[in-house]
Ligand binder design. Structure first.
Ligand SMILES: [Zn+2]
Length: 500
């Protein structure tokens, strides 16, 4: 499905729609309906279960969405959080330089300065996408943060956070003080971030408000204790920067051990890259061959990142590999900058040594993950829509139907209540034909449907049994109500990482 079709389907089915739709919408802002909200929560829960499962010293916090100016000055965002913006001197429309050049330079313009970009525009004879005149200006840096007046005087300025990471860096000294003073210490945040995109587009891919799930791991640069044997044999689809420089675009399946021994990457970094890959493959259910771990070259990555691999997923709707997450080795940049900005040494004492922790960042775009799930899993077949999502991510786990509402309703309600008290997300539905009810559950991705019918209530071999239908295969089996929760639960549990 193309992006427009996929969005039309999601909108029609009530997963998400443009924010302030009643007033014509606001570019780059979207609202999630009940199913979309549920699915988003499930992805966030799965992310927490997986990444906080890596260590008992990794914690989730909740932080304010506004940052004082001093914070974004110290972090470098005030100066550097910019996109090259080009204006048309004829019609005054504004564009992102990479959008204007994407036909000629699909890899983007990271690492190019304004003069180089302007030369490319000239060399390819690029015209204004709005009016068609060759009148595009030399790009200027456009800061993507939203500044907000703070307080009654309007003299204080704060910024809507452009990433959740900063709040984790700011929380580090407090977390160190109140915690058990162990490294690595992980501080995770899931929440909204805000970017004033020049050209929001591709629905959930370039939004002005979106949700990030980020884990900042503070560690002793002298050693990051991990169990490398648990990942050593995993093969990863990597595209290294040096191979890209030779025009390669396909990933090369390389074992974690090889990446360390001949690939020159530190063990702790590869370990987390493996876990990121496993999260996408084993938790989000993205087939390994649709994943690419794309290394950013020194020129392309942010200057403070020592190593950066983007996790990309091949999306039919957007015609290629798209970045959904990343693993960044940020060194001591963040604690150095905030230490200087706040006038406080953020070093810690450990085993008689004083050290400034380094940071490894594991980051995921939650909205983009949802889009990837829809891209891969949402299918239409005539009137039928089927969403194949991993069972534990589905907004509801089981639909419970009475074949006839009057006769079988009370028993079906009881089965639903029993499953709910056993911690299973069961929903009762008596509206319309059985076919209609299956269809509703299929498009919500509900993995199982349970039907109570005449045989359930009649004495005989089928007494006390129900039909359980599986979403993807449509296969049905007859099972006893007794023990139904125990039967379903193992198929619904969230995967956790193997760390020992
Ligand atoms: Zn123009």
């Amino acid at each position: 499905m193309k992006a427009e079709e996929l969005f039309a389907l999601l909108r029609r089915r009530g997963y998400l729609w443009p924010s302030s739709e009643l007033y014509g919408g606001a570019a780059g802002l979207y609202d999630y309906g009940p199913l979309g909200t549920s699915l988003k929560r499930r992805v966030e829960d799965a992310w927490c279960a997986y990444f906080l499962g890596l260590s008992d010293d990794y914690h989730l916090i909740d932080a304010a969405e506004m940052l004082p100016e001093a914070v974004v000055r110290a972090s470098g965002h005030l100066e550097n959080f910019t996109d090259p913006e080009m204006r048309c001197e004829n019609c005054h429309a504004a564009f992102r330089a990479d959008t204007v050049l994407e036909k000629f330079r699909p890899e983007g313009v990271d690492g190019l300065d304004p003069t180089q970009i302007a030369e490319l525009v000239k060399a390819h004879g690029v015209k204004c996408p709005s009016c068609g005149q060759p009148k595009l200006s030399v790009p200027r840096p456009f800061n993507m943060m939203f500044g907000v007046e703070f307080g009654v005087t309007g003299k204080e300025k704060v910024y809507l956070r452009p990433e959740t990471a900063q709040s984790s860096f700011l929380a580090f000294p407090r977390m160190w003080d109140v915690g058990r003073k162990a490294l690595p210490l992980g501080i995770a945040i899931i929440g909204k971030v805000y970017r004033n995109e020049i050209a929001p587009r591709q629905v959930l891919f370039r939004m002005r408000a979106f949700t990030q799930a980020e884990l900042q791991i503070f560690f002793d640069p002298a050693g990051f204790p991990i169990s490398f044997p648990t990942v050593a044999d995993e093969r990863l689809p990597v595209l290294r920067a040096d191979r890209r420089a030779h025009g390669e675009e396909s990933p090369q399946w390389t074992s974690a051990t090889e990446l360390v021994v001949s690939g020159g990457l530190p063990e702790f970094y590869v370990y987390h890259l493996v876990h990121m890959f496993r999260f996408f493959r084993d938790v989000l259910g993205v087939p390994g061959e649709r994943i690419r771990l794309f290394e950013k070259s020194e020129k392309e990555r942010a200057f403070y990142n020592r190593i950066q691999f983007d996790v990309e997923v091949h999306l039919e709707s957007l015609g290629g590999f798209k970045e959904i997450g990343a693993v960044h080795y940020r060194g001591d940049y963040d604690l150095t900058r905030h230490g200087a900005g706040a006038g406080r040494d953020l070093s810690v004492s450990k085993d008689g040594r004083t050290l400034l922790p380094h940071v490894l960042e594991v980051t995921l775009g939650v909205d983009r993950s949802l889009w990837a799930l829809a891209d891969a899993g949402l299918h239409t077949d005539g009137d039928r829509t089927l969403w194949r999502i991993p069972a534990y991510l589905a907004p509801a786990s089981v639909g419970i139907f009475p074949l006839l509402w009057k006769e079988h309703g009370p028993t079906a309600r009881r089965v639903a209540r029993e499953l709910q008290s056993a911690g299973i997300r069961a929903v009762y539905d008596e509206g319309g034909s059985i076919g209609k009810r299956y269809a509703r559950m299929d498009e919500a991705g509900t993995p199982y449907c349970v039907t109570v019918d005449g045989d359930t209530l009649t004495a005989g071999p089928m007494a006390g049994t129900v039909t359980v239908r599986e979403r993807d295969s449509k296969s049905q089996e007859r099972v006893a109500i007794e023990g139904l929760a125990d039967r379903l639960r193992p198929r619904l549990s969230l995967p956790r990482p193997a760390v020992h």
